[in-house]
Design a protein around this ligand. Structure first.
Ligand SMILES: Cc1cc2nc3c(=O)[nH]c(=O)nc-3n(C[C@H](O)[C@H](O)[C@H](O)COP(=O)(O)OP(=O)(O)OC[C@H]3O[C@@H](n4cnc5c(N)ncnc54)[C@H](O)[C@@H]3O)c2cc1C
Length: 331
């Protein structure tokens, strides 16, 4: 296969809505394509997904391919791999970018195996060194950043949701949109989606949560932690905490945020009764918006908070929940 300079983003959609990671990949793909002097291509698979062309274009795609087929309406490892492998063979991009979601991770490894190319999974950044692509991922329990280079070309990389920034393209671009026929054989289907179950948001993987309500020693008791659960529930987020909260038995170990716990980057992080020790902030300082609730106006957490509320969380949280519920009732 002779390899071009283009970057291909596999845009992930579910029920006609793009996954945020697709927009993150386009923003980064745009930069990489510019450096490689290639084009940024995006491919979206599904049925009736034509309306996704606009958001893909707004985030930098030069060429948008849509593959429509009733067999692609739900994710199917077999059909998606069949459809994309031939397409990638024809397009010959230099690199293929995919989200490190459950769908993206499954699909990327299938494509890599089918075409026989290198895969770097769960990356957090990408750099170009002359003509080589260098991928960084957090390894050894998030303690070390390791850089990888693929020996084969093209190569496929999956990126952690939230690791890359979304940038909108200000200027109107001239884009090409193409429908690509996906010839699929229904007899080859080995598995199919029989139903979907909504994740229990309070128990979801912290690294995938958009909203995290975290509690520290200032929460005071396991009973008071219920207030944080109410707030998380009202916002569609999940609960986490500090080492102090873990040691007190208020949260399980998979809810710990920080240097020795999870590194998170949600859209909203609400720190309740958390002082802001470095060991903790190392795990959440890249959250898009940080709200801190603390009785001590000099608590270090306020230095990294976008919104600071000096007050007792036992008063503040119920009042926020009440207002959220009122707002929801009005919608
Ligand atoms: C090697 C090592 C690794 C570590 N790794 C981690 C880690 O991964 N994650 C982690 O979190 N910690 C970690 N720690 C611990 C870390 O150093 C801090 O001790 C810890 O984060 C502090 O937790 P905290 O903010 O809950 O408690 P505190 O520092 O005690 O802060 C409690 C805060 O609550 C406020 N408060 C009290 N009452 C109220 C109220 N009613 N309303 C509002 N605010 C109130 C107080 O003003 C105070 O600011 C580690 C420590 C070590 C030595």
């Amino acid at each position: 296969m002779s390899i071009g300079r283009d970057v291909l983003v596999i845009a992930e959609q579910h029920e006609g809505e793009l996954h945020d990671v697709s927009l993150e990949l386009l923003s980064e793909g745009c930069r990489v394509a510019d450096e490689l002097q290639g084009e940024l291509c995006a491919v979206v698979l599904g049925n009736n997904v034509g309306h996704l062309t606009q958001p893909l274009a707004k985030h930098g795609a030069d060429k948008i391919y849509s593959m429509e087929n009733p067999l692609l309406v739900d994710y199917s490892g077999e059909f998606y791999t069949d459809a994309l492998s031939d397409f990638i063979g024809d397009l010959t991009p230099k690199i293929i970018l995919c989200g490190a979601t459950s769908v993206g991770s499954d699909l990327a490894s299938r494509i890599a195996a089918r075409i026989g190319i290198g895969l770097v999974s769960n990356c957090i950044s990408i750099k170009i060194d002359q003509n080589d692509l260098l991928f960084t991922k957090a390894t050894h329990g998030n303690q070390v950043h390791t850089t990888f280079k693929c020996a084969s070309q093209p190569q496929i990389a999956t990126f952690e949701p939230g690791a890359l920034e979304v940038k909108k393209i200000g200027i109107a671009k001239k884009i090409e949109t193409m429908n690509v026929a996906a010839s699929l054989n229904p007899d080859k289907q080995k598995s199919k989606v029989t139903g979907t179950i909504q994740t229990d948001l309070t128990a979801m993987d912290l690294s995938e949560a958009d909203v995290i309500v975290a509690g520290g020693k200032g929460v005071g008791s396991a009973d008071n932690f219920r207030l944080l659960e109410d707030l998380a529930y009202a916002l569609g987020g999940c609960v986490a905490g500090t080492r102090m909260a873990l040691d007190a038995g208020w949260i399980p170990s998979d809810r710990l945020v920080g240097q020795t716990g999870s590194i998170v980057r949600p859209k909203l992080y609400i720190a309740c009764g958390i002082s802001g020790a470095l060991h903790h902030t190392l795990g959440m300082k890249n959250s898009k918006t940080v709200v801190a609730i603390n009785t001590d106006a000099n608590a270090p957490i306020f230095r990294i908070a976008d919104v600071g509320i000096v007050g007792d969380l036992l008063d503040v949280i119920p009042s926020i929940v009440e207002q959220l519920l009122e707002l929801k009732a009005q919608v």
